[in-house]
Design a protein. Structure first.
Length: 125
């Protein structure tokens, strides 16, 4: 039974190409499970993307198929990036766009990390 929110992974998406080293990124963290790099079009003074290295489209896909170590590795990487960048105080925002209504542009799971100024309300009014 396929998991809703999953589908055929597109190996030509931009993050797959970054992971293969075909296009550059401004890396901030890499480990066995995850890669983090600066967003090319930052929406805040600090805007970093954290992605799992394996081929996952969405949160549904990742949470259904990834192994325990992989999930733990990814979650720890998000926390480590925030700590390494010194963002605990005065804080930061995590955000993941999943699917059409969220405006997900790149079909490889990614968590945005925003920081460096007051970030305003959670959603545009
Ligand atoms: P989303 O709308 O959540 O799918 O976000 C995709 C994000 O990827 C956007 O914030 C883009 O600015 C960012 N992005 C697209 N191409 C690149 C790239 N080559 N390097 C870094 N970030 C990128």
């Amino acid at each position: 039974m396929p998991v809703k929110g999953t589908g055929e992974y597109d190996d030509t998406n931009i993050f797959a190409r970054i992971l293969r080293g075909e296009i550059p990124c401004r890396k901030v963290h890499e480990d066995q499970w995850s890669l983090a790099f600066h967003d090319i079009n930052p929406q805040a003074p600090t805007h970093v993307l954290v992605i799992p290295k394996a081929r996952y489209i969405s949160w549904a896909d990742f949470s259904a198929r990834a192994g325990e170590a992989e999930i733990a590795g990814f979650v720890r990487a998000v926390g480590q990036v925030a700590r390494d960048l010194g963002l605990e105080e005065p804080g930061y925002r995590l955000l993941a766009n999943i699917g059409e209504h969220a405006g997900q542009e790149v079909p490889h799971l990614h968590v945005h990390l925003f920081a460096g100024r007051g970030l305003g309300p959670m959603l545009a009014r």
